[in-house]
Design a binder for this molecule. Structure first.
Ligand SMILES: [Zn+2]
Length: 273
């Protein structure tokens, strides 16, 4: 399993980072986890071919996690000449929300005669579900999105990728992280306590409970901007090197970060172009 972090930003592009999008290449195919509003641009900026994607798994239905799907579908229809099938898997309510977003951005597009087959699979929360040969299990978390917001565990039978989605701290994250080769967890802010999101103040004392081989922080807000922000991130990375392996899921430039989920430290950083 190989991960390219296409986007690790918050909803607002803090630090110049793109919205959430994790690009997973496994022996069974290419699956994306989340596809936020800027993700089609981010894919193309990194030289990753949208036509190579077999499926997309959505953690929740906020624009910064699924908002580029109408653009992906229409690009595939009109420019990319896609013929390969595409599966979109998400929480209950995904089909209706996607149709709504297609109509909002491009009226009548939801009734297009599509040149390629695409389908929506709504994943029942907490029920292990096969998605293109992978096992996907979701866990409901605490983050209002008008539909169940979920954490995701995705396994290709060999490696296990886990992601918190957006959420405030819930004890269920301990189970989500358990046994994962990589656990990507949101950490929206550095200090204090926030509804619907995790802060470093809240997360740090819980790190010993997270039994993943490797832990990565994502979805950080403007703490990452400027010199002060970088110092804060570096302190995050240093603070826990003796225990759980935690690292910020960010990069100063817009280079993609690639790593093999099977690998222990250090991560591989390289461009995908
Ligand atoms: Zn959200």
């Amino acid at each position: 399993m190989r991960l390219t972090i296409v986007g690790s930003g918050d909803a607002f592009g803090s630090g110049g980072r793109f919205n959430t999008c994790f690009f997973l290449e496994t022996a069974k195919g290419t699956l994306l986890v989340d596809f936020g509003a800027s993700s089609l641009v981010a894919l193309k900026a990194r030289g990753l071919d949208p036509n190579g994607i077999d499926g997309i798994v959505l953690s929740h239905l906020h624009g910064d996690h699924f908002g580029a799907l109408p653009f992906l579908l229409l690009d595939a229809q009109f420019l990319a000449q896609r013929e390969r099938p595409l599966l979109i898997a998400g929480p209950p309510g995904t089909r209706a929300r996607l149709d709504q977003s297609l109509e909002v951005f491009f009226p009548r597009s939801s009734t297009n005669k599509w040149r390629f087959p695409w389908n929506v699979m709504e994943i029942e929360v907490a029920r292990p579900t096969e998605v293109l040969g992978h096992c996907v299990t979701t866990t409901e978390v605490v983050h209002y999105s008008g539909a169940p917001s979920t954490a995701i565990v995705l396994s290709d039978g060999d490696k296990r990728f886990a992601y918190s989605g957006d959420t405030e701290w819930v004890d269920a994250l301990v189970s989500v992280a358990a046994g994962a080769d990589l656990f990507v967890i949101e950490c929206f802010a550095y200090s204090g306590k926030l509804p619907g999101h995790i802060t470093w103040d809240v997360l740090k004392p819980r790190l010993p409970d997270l039994r993943a081989r490797r832990i990565m922080l994502t979805h950080m807000n403007p703490i990452c901007r400027g010199r002060r922000g970088h110092r804060a991130l570096n302190s995050v990375a240093r603070a826990v090197t003796a225990g759980a392996q935690v690292e910020p899921c960010v990069h100063r430039s817009n280079l993609a970060m690639r790593l093999d989920v099977s690998q222990r430290r250090p991560p591989i950083f390289c461009t995908s172009a």
